[in-house]
Design a protein around this ligand. Structure first.
Ligand code: SF4
Length: 117
């Protein structure tokens, strides 16, 4: 049996949940809704995050453009992705949803612009 305590980050309520593993089955306690159970199990088996950050932009209204991954990426690749994104400088014009980095770190997920500029 393996127990792990964590805070569910799916909604602002932030329930404290406990995930236990019994052989190949998982039990989640403390969650106020089914999304917490799903989150807790995923955190133990395949934790992922949507990465939101900014990139340098030339000739823009602002110095940096907000970007995000189109979908969640493996949590253990977040810092490597940040290093790649930190080296990028793009030029205007950019439309919301434009691809800034295609298939970052072979995750199959693109980094896209979160706003137009
Ligand atoms: S368990 Fe449900 S109610 Fe609690 S923080 Fe997670 S999503 Fe929100």
């Amino acid at each position: 049996m393996k127990d792990k305590e964590m805070v569910c980050i799916v909604c602002p309520l932030g329930c404290r949940i406990n995930v236990s593993k019994h052989q190949s089955d998982y039990t989640v306690d403390g969650n106020k809704c089914p999304r917490g159970k799903e989150y807790g199990i995923k955190e133990l088996t395949n934790p992922t995050r949507v990465l939101t950050t900014t990139v340098k932009i030339k000739d823009g209204l602002l110095n940096r453009l907000p970007v995000k991954t189109r979908e969640a990426i493996p949590k253990n690749k977040v810092f490597k992705c940040m290093k790649i994104i930190d080296c990028i400088e793009i030029k205007t014009p950019v439309l919301v949803g434009d691809i800034i980095v295609k298939d970052i770190l072979n995750t199959g997920v693109d980094v896209i612009a979160s706003r137009s500029m």
